[in-house]
Design a protein around this ligand. Structure first.
Ligand code: SF4
Length: 330
């Protein structure tokens, strides 16, 4: 028997049903987990974040359904990559999601983590970590140096280094996927980097045990998306807010909101294009674009690695304001 014809209302109510049920399903997956030690995949550059991440895991701001959908897609893609390499190339994945721990010299577990798995090759098991990303980021990442460009990707590097260190492995592979194909980036164990990460974790671990929080240091690329920013800014947020009625200002804020996706797209494209021209001094693209690259040498000092007694005499306090703009209604 043929099905009855659907009306406009049927199609519209189906769309509403899908959106609302999908949001319900995603919402149920959003939760916090207790943490007793640092997580190797979540090593931020902010010391204060690291302390919050363990002592205040239960106050972490929950992410939204959009981000949950991205996490779900990433997990699914990990399985897809394993299937593509497994069924199509005959490679065997072993020790998937194997846990590992980093201990301090007192034998305390200060960090724990997991690696996506290992691929059997030449009778040995090569560690691999699968990361899925959007097309712009996928195109931007072509070497380990490219991982250093964004806080999130720098976390990936720290995770892999800790894994290699904690498991006595000389090298591993990042398998990056754009949800269609893969790119492989070889990672070798960097002892200097590992020692720096571990000594930092040891220092933070002692602070965590003493319940000490480092002073917040505002860095937009970290703080604007930080799930602990409301704790960090508690002093400011507890003061009564001003209410301002100003239509022009409200319109500017609306327009700013609309431009956020364009800004992100611009930044991703800019990075992708510039990485294409790395080390090419001069080029023309078509008849309308000229690309000029100049090399500069800049001197920098790793102040974080300096002992406190050397830094102390040069310490200065500077007051500054941090402005965070949050959209609170549609
Ligand atoms: S808001 Fe900024 S300073 Fe505070 S914990 Fe987060 S990243 Fe660190």
């Amino acid at each position: 028997m043929p099905y009855a014809y659907a009306t406009y209302e049927d199609a519209a109510s189906l769309a509403d049903h899908i959106v609302s049920r999908r949001n319900d399903v995603l919402s149920k997956k959003i939760s916090r987990y207790p943490k007793r030690a640092f997580t190797c995949s979540d090593i931020s550059e902010c010391d204060r974040y690291m302390i919050h991440s363990v002592l205040d895991w239960d106050k972490r701001e929950l992410h939204d359904v959009g981000l949950q959908a991205i996490f779900d897609a990433g997990n699914k893609e990990e399985e897809n990559v394993k299937a593509r390499l497994g069924y199509e190339l005959g490679l065997e994945f072993v020790e998937t999601q194997a846990p590992f721990e980093i201990k301090n010299n007192k034998g305390e577990v200060i960090a724990s983590g997991k690696i996506d798995g290992k691929i059997l090759w030449n009778g040995k098991a090569v560690p691999v970590e699968i990361k899925s990303m959007n097309e712009n980021s996928f195109n931007m990442i072509n070497s380990l140096d490219d991982f250093k460009k964004k806080p999130l990707y720098r976390r990936y590097l720290r995770q892999m280094q800790l894994y290699l260190y904690g498991n006595n492995q000389e090298a591993g592979l990042f398998i990056i996927s754009n949800f269609r194909t893969e790119k492989l980036i070889l990672v070798t164990l960097d002892y200097g980097e590992c020692e720096y990460i571990i000594s930092r974790l040891e220092r933070l671990w002692e602070m965590k045990k003493a319940g000490q929080y480092p002073e917040p240091e505002y860095r937009p690329e970290l703080c604007d998306r930080c799930p602990f920013s409301s704790l960090c800014l508690a002093d400011v947020e507890n003061k009564p807010a001003d209410f301002i009625n100003n239509e022009a200002l409200e319109e500017m804020l609306e327009r700013r909101e609309q431009l956020i996706p364009s800004k992100k797209e611009y930044e991703d494209l800019d990075e992708q294009i510039k990485s294409t021209f790395k080390e090419i001094p001069h080029a023309f693209v078509g008849t309308r674009f000229e690309i000029i690259n100049k090399q500069f040498v800049k001197k920098s000092y790793d102040t974080k690695a300096m002992p406190d007694e050397i830094k102390k005499p040069y310490e200065r306090e500077t007051a500054y304001w941090r402005t965070t703009i949050k959209k609170i209604g549609d």
